[in-house]
Design a protein around this ligand. Structure first.
Ligand SMILES: [Cu+2]
Length: 143
């Protein structure tokens, strides 16, 4: 089953609970993948500006299959690990960047994304509810 169908259900259920709590997102972007690559990554910063910890349970999109990943070095090899339930403490931020936390987008080219386009993600938090974030599609990451 496509993950984004599940996403829509989840978002619809959660919309009534949106508190717009204390989660702030910045500088979300998706790297345009080379034509031969099926998958690509998205980066950005998620800040918890509140006074309590919150947990990122999952991430989804209505246009692409996406998972929350972290690249870890194990025995000298870079390996990507799927994460769920990532805690962001009060006042802390989670930086998604190369060789670290990232959004993993699957079968990217099947959806005909273009440079300059946008992809909407829904970050599902335990306390803050659904946080919507728009990511720009870019080719060169300057940040
Ligand atoms: Cu990954």
């Amino acid at each position: 089953m496509k993950l984004f169908k599940l996403c829509l259900v989840l978002v619809l259920i959660s919309l009534s609970f949106i508190s717009n709590a204390e989660i702030v997102t910045e500088n979300f972007r998706v790297m345009m993948a080379p034509k031969i690559a099926k998958n690509t990554a998205g980066y950005g910063v998620i800040k918890n500006t509140g006074s309590e910890a919150d947990t990122l349970n999952s991430v989804c999109s209505d246009t692409v299959d996406v998972m929350f990943h972290k690249t870890e070095i194990r025995s000298g090899m870079a390996k990507m690990v799927h994460l769920s339930d990532v805690v962001i403490k009060a006042g802390q931020e989670l930086v998604l960047e190369a060789m670290s936390y990232h959004l993993m987008l699957f079968d990217f080219h099947s959806a005909e994304f273009k440079e300059g386009g946008k992809i909407t993600f829904f970050l599902n938090f335990k306390k803050a509810g659904v946080v919507k974030v728009e990511a720009s599609i870019i080719t060169t990451d300057s940040s």
